[in-house]
Ligand binder design. Structure first.
Ligand code: ME8
Length: 511
């Protein structure tokens, strides 16, 4: 069985989960569900990033210890993911003992390999992004170039990782593997960044300033830079490193059989540099293989403004879920944002996408099942069901290409188009007219069987994005479960007992 290991960022345990976090996590969930349906052995990893100045300050502001804050917030994220139907296999927290062990081993490995040195450092630090920016990046206004937040001037002793040493190797890797960073615009951005000489990476902070972090194994007065700590979560969860391994290689010389390297790291474009520059060079420094793919998706804005706490326009996916259901939120996010590009949330667009579910898919389900009940007593007739075979095949092809080529919006558009085509087929066949002409009973049988088969295919196509409704649809079709793709061809539908039920996507009042 082939395997697939995919990751989301681990989110800062200092803020509430919002629509942006939900987007990446649902994107990962859809891919995980799709791969499982295709028969792959999936490891889907998500979690929380719990060390660093940002968490330390948030906890202090709330009058709790950092760990108390992290316990609370990790719970909040887990709860949100449960409510949004996320099927992750592992939720990692960077305060776990095993992770701390792996980070410690990684640091020692880098040092043993001669890639670490000590130096005095002066620079502009953004607590919001937990990283330094150059004079050029912060511009004359001296703000962090990603979120526009404040930066502070810091001068202190740090340990450095010789990132510059790996610049050429990284550039070559990106050039030799054109699909390694997707989409191409992001790849070009990273190559542009690497046009300048790459600076070394400060990997520690004095404990006197930040106490909430993993101590350096060789200097307890310094704690590990939170990005080095956080990125390492992907390796911890893979199981490759045994932090308790004896001997000088610290578990790196003799990797455990594991899920490393990851098949894809998913993230927003805000943290592309850390994933496409810091992370691969750290892995090179520790002699570990690189992840197979890095996908940096676009940014959700609200209307035409940034989503931000201070503007009070943060969209809570759980509020939307309460009104429209989990699957509607998932559908909207996956269908509305062309994977990789930015998108704008508006309540109007949300409703348009919701209506599409009801008017096209929901409508097809309702009318097809009602006709099986009305004309055939609810039992699917034994008849050839291939009248939409070519259309179904084409839709499945486009769907697979979309989901495997990281163009999910296009894959799901193909699924919805198949439902649209089936509605057109109902109009063209006019089953109600066939039902009035007893000599055309065969034609009616065939029409109904075709519709039921198409619905079974649609249940499979929609399951990754709309798992609740897809299962409900399978139940109404009289199937024990949503069929896997490999089962669709030979699926026996004759004799199934269908039920109509209430609308799958009811009209929502009080808009
Ligand atoms: O950066 N649109 O965590 P974070 C789209 N802890 N995606 C968005 C978004 C938006 N408006 N807002 C957030 C961190 N995201 C680090 C990561 S990983 C080793 C450490 C999503 O809580 C998107 O995936 O700030 C983005 O990259 C991530 O949340 C940032 O989450």
């Amino acid at each position: 069985m082939s395997s697939f290991f995919l990751t989301t960022p681990i989110y800062y345990a200092s803020g509430e989960p919002h629509l942006g976090h939900a987007y990446t996590t649902i994107l990962a969930d859809v891919l995980a569900r799709y791969r499982r349906r295709a028969g792959e052995d999936v490891l889907f990893l998500t979690g929380t990033d719990e060390h660093g100045q940002k968490i330390q300050e948030a906890a202090a502001a709330q009058g709790v210890t950092p760990l108390e804050l992290c316990d609370l917030m990790a719970g909040r994220f887990e709860e949100a993911w449960r409510d949004l139907g996320i099927s992750h296999d592992r939720f990692i927290r960077t305060t776990e003992a095993e992770h701390i062990g792996v980070v410690t081993a990684l640091l020692e490995r880098l040092r043993d390999n001669g890639h670490i040195y000590e130096a005095e450092y002066a620079g502009w630090y953004s607590v919001g992004q937990e990283r330094y920016f150059t004079e050029k990046e912060i511009g004359p206004d001296r703000v962090d170039p990603i979120a526009g937040g404040p930066v502070q001037r810091i001068r202190e002793k740090n340990y450095f990782f010789r990132m510059s040493h790996f610049q050429d190797r990284l550039i070559r890797h990106i050039e030799d593997n054109p699909e390694w960073i997707v989409p191409a615009t992001r790849r070009n951005e990273v190559l542009g960044f690497l046009n300048q000489p790459l600076a070394d990476l400060s990997i520690s902070r004095p404990r006197a300033r930040i106490h909430w972090g993993i101590p350096l194994p060789w200097d307890a007065d310094q704690v590990t830079y939170v990005w080095v700590d956080a990125l390492t979560n992907y390796v911890t969860a893979s199981g490759a490193i045994d932090p308790a391994a004896p001997g000088p290689t610290r578990g790196f010389g003799d990797l455990r059989p594991s899920r490393w390297p990851a098949d894809v790291h998913l993230m927003g474009k805000d943290i592309l540099t850390t994933h496409a520059v810091y992370w691969p060079t750290l892995l090179m420094g520790a002699d570990l293989p690189l992840p197979r793919k890095i996908l940096a998706h676009g940014w959700w804005v609200v209307g035409d403004t940034k989503m931000s706490k201070s503007l009070g326009n943060v969209v809570d996916p759980l509020d939307l879920r309460e009104q429209f259901g989990t699957d509607a939120v998932r559908w909207y996010l996956m269908r509305e944002m062309p994977t990789g590009q930015d998108a704008s949330y508006t309540p109007e667009r949300f409703l348009t996408r919701y209506d599409e579910l009801g008017n096209i898919l929901g409508n097809l389900v309702h009318r097809a099942l009602s006709m099986v009940v009305r004309y055939r007593g609810g039992t699917v007739p034994d008849a050839p069901s291939h009248d939409l075979a070519a259309e179904t095949e084409a839709a499945l092809d486009a769907y697979r290409q979309g989901l495997e080529g990281y163009r999910l919006h296009a894959g799901f558009a193909a699924a919805m188009d198949l439902a649209r085509t089936a509605n057109g087929f109902v109009e063209a066949r006019e089953p109600w007219a066939l039902a009035r002409a007893p000599e055309r009973a065969d034609e009616l049988d065939r029409t109904l069987a075709t519709l039921v088969r198409t619905l079974a295919v649609l249940a499979g196509m929609f399951e990754p994005v709309a798992p609740v409704k897809a299962r409900e649809l399978a139940t109404r079709l009289g199937l024990a479960d949503v069929p896997r793709f490999a089962e669709l061809d030979g699926l026996e539908i004759a004799g199934l007992h269908v039920t109509v039920g209430s609308p799958l996507f009811p009209r929502v009042e009080a808009r």
